[in-house]
Design a protein around this ligand. Sequence first.
Ligand code: IMP
Length: 428
Amino acid sequence: MSSIVIVGAQWGDEGKGKITNSLATNAKMVVRFQGGNNAGHTVNVNGETLVFHLLPSGISVPGVLCVIGLGVVVDPLGLVEEIDGVRAKGIEVGTNFLIDVGAHMVMPYHRAVEAAEEESRGGSAIGTTRKGIGPAYADRYSREGLPIGMLASFGDFEERLRKIAARKNEILTKLHGAEPLDVDAMVADMRRAAERLVPHLADTPELIRETVASGANVIFEGAQGTLLDISFGTYPFVTSSHTSAAGVAPGTGVPPSMLGEVIGVAKAYITRVGAGPFPTEAIDDLGETIRGRGKERGATTGRPRRCGWLDIVALRYAIGVNGIDRLIITKLDVLDAFETIPVCVGYRIGGGETDRFPRSAEELARVEPLYEEMPGWKADTTAARKHDDLPREAMAYLRRIEELTGVPVAAASVGAAAHAVVQFTEIL
Ligand code: IMP
């Protein structure tokens, strides 16, 4: 069996899309297991930049079957738009793309309710992507969700949708003082989306299990990052799904015993979008330099990302939560410009020091990072393709990450292009 799980080891945007896309050339299947179109996976295909939100990042690789697993929440209208955009770039989305019937749908009322809730939170808003992800997962758990398989029997779906939408309109109007949504228009939109999506619906868990059991390479592609996990992240400033490797089993129907290596993707520094504690945030010119050099703007919302220094305490926590076997360090080239590079190796809290990642957001907000200064390399690494091409200080930086985490670095990425990678060990 050769399946790997790719997870984000930080607050998302680690560059998982690029890694998945390049590994997909050796894979038979790429499976998304959580999240929705809050994700924005930026991939460079033949010199062109594409952003996938729901489509697995292997979709541009011919011969790879891409699957949206049952743990994902799918906005049918968003997905149709994404498919059209991707096809317009000459990428096939046909029999190479399946959606599990058990994935739940994000409906227009989820987005509307989320917008109203975020507004009412005022200064304590989570800063969500406003894609309706949280309310869609909440409905799934409160047994008021709509599995996408229902689109295949549209009459039953419409009856259920009209009942739920009427209740949601009451919430919108009576609780939030917002405008009600036009349910007839919603039904008509969904009918059009159903025509497009029903051909892709399938019962996929057994198919994925059989593919893994056959020995073919299967990639389980995570979205967001460990520190945004609903259980292990900095709650309540998290997303609403299990972004960590533990999410693969309930999100695909593949049991933990069939999962192989876990690859953690982390940037050479760290970023966060939205609200919540962020100990190593650089709210100075250096942070601005990282943001500019790393083009750190949200791929889904366009918001500027908060930038800061690599946090080893958080990374070790992510390694533990996911059982990360090997790391891939991305965007190493963004650090090419710095004289010295701070690395957070511990936290100061309440007069003491700790290397433990706090379990509460309140506690995390109170810590002060303890830094170790690494010498910078002040050289262009973007053309590096092998170990010897990297400056000594850049290799020392990667080696220090290995020492501090106890986990080997399998590769470092040094640019947006698929080939801009220095690979130390084979991954798939
Ligand atoms: P939601 O996922 O839209 O509910 O947003 C919850 C939190 O997760 C917010 O802080 C978002 O900025 C963050 N978030 C959601 N998706 C991503 C992502 O793909 N990358 C980075 N942050 C994300």
